[in-house]
Design a protein around this ligand. Sequence first.
Ligand SMILES: NC(=O)c1ccc[n+]([C@@H]2O[C@H](COP(=O)([O-])OP(=O)(O)OC[C@H]3O[C@@H](n4cnc5c(N)ncnc54)[C@H](O)[C@@H]3O)[C@@H](O)[C@H]2O)c1
Length: 382
Amino acid sequence: MAKLRVGIIGLGFIGTQKHLVGLAQHQDKAEVVAFCDYEIDRAEKALAAHGAEGAYATTDYKELLADPSIDVVHVCTWNVSHKEITIAALEAGKHVLVEKPMAVTGADAHEMAETAKRVGKKLSVGFQYRFRNEAQFLRKAIDEGRLGEIYAAKAHAVRRRGVPIWGVFTDETKQGGGPLIDLGGHAIDQALWFMNNYEIESVTGVVNYKLGDKPEGNMAGPWDPETYTVEDSAFGFVKFTNGASLFVEAAWALNVQDSREGCVTLMGTDGGADTDMLPGKNDLKVTLNNVQGGELVKTSPEPGAAYFGAPGGAPDGFTYMGGLEAEAWLNCIINDTDPYVTADQAAVVTDILDAIYTSARTGQPVVFNQLAGIDSTEPATV
Ligand SMILES: NC(=O)c1ccc[n+]([C@@H]2O[C@H](COP(=O)([O-])OP(=O)(O)OC[C@H]3O[C@@H](n4cnc5c(N)ncnc54)[C@H](O)[C@@H]3O)[C@@H](O)[C@H]2O)c1
């Protein structure tokens, strides 16, 4: 079978550090033939490092989409452009892997998912944390029934002082928000995926602008308060139609004891689970909380001990997860199956992000329409 021909749009951090290194691990399945970035030197540098024979660089994504030889497009640009570029790529007949967050609003995300269905192309979103060792272990434990019915969860996306000072992260106009839309999506995606619950009844949110002018002590050095235009923390409470609940916490700066990012707490009828960051490692620790023989028992598989075939030692995050993400993505196109991260699932993650911001702005909960039996995912504010 001919290799899939990939075009990549956006060659900043994630385009180069996850997508290109991930695709490079599957050169038997795909080759990268077009590189697009507003900054031509970024596109040319990536082309030199990863380009297939005859590959080219451009600053115009429309030129890339007009190339009929391209089968697959990876969208790795700033958040506010995800919808426009993804829909244009789908309409041009390409399969699309778009970075998270899928879009800035839930309505846009659902429009992207519907477009993919209408044109019959695959659409997936870059929630690579699902491929982490502990996430795969936990997914298997849940599928084996070790937690029972998961009726409550927490999505943790908290850094004590971890404001990214590179790129455009702190620019509301390019990202559509701060730590909630940046980090929050990963943790929410994990929680929904583990709960296997995408039926939201309502969302209540609070967003804080308290520490933007206090840049001391930041992991990556002080940020510029003048250009810091996003929230520093956000909290949300999600109620599902079956009565289950999810608490969301997201922060780049918060006066807490520890950072806990991309982690979840799950509470089920037969057991619970926590994922926690291991200091200094890319791997996380997963703990199952059960009752056995009348005793309260905690079990944790040993990280790096190949408990489901992963290589020993802490794998390098983006290289390792990017390789697995690229493999699952390319396979779903080759085998014509659903993506591992479906567009419908990712759109619900964006519904929640959007609803937390909306609820914080209006001071009211956002109530979703499924309750009224209306087949619509548009959040309505009461
Ligand atoms: N999956 C993850 O864990 C993860 C991690 C970091 C970033 N991201 C996501 O990846 C996306 C990009 O983030 P980043 O950190 O790589 O940003 P970045 O600023 O480092 O890179 C983005 C690049 O896209 C280019 N660009 C933007 N709009 C363009 C357009 N319309 N046409 C051509 N080029 C365009 C910019 O010039 C820049 O080089 C964001 O949506 C972010 O949320 C995901």
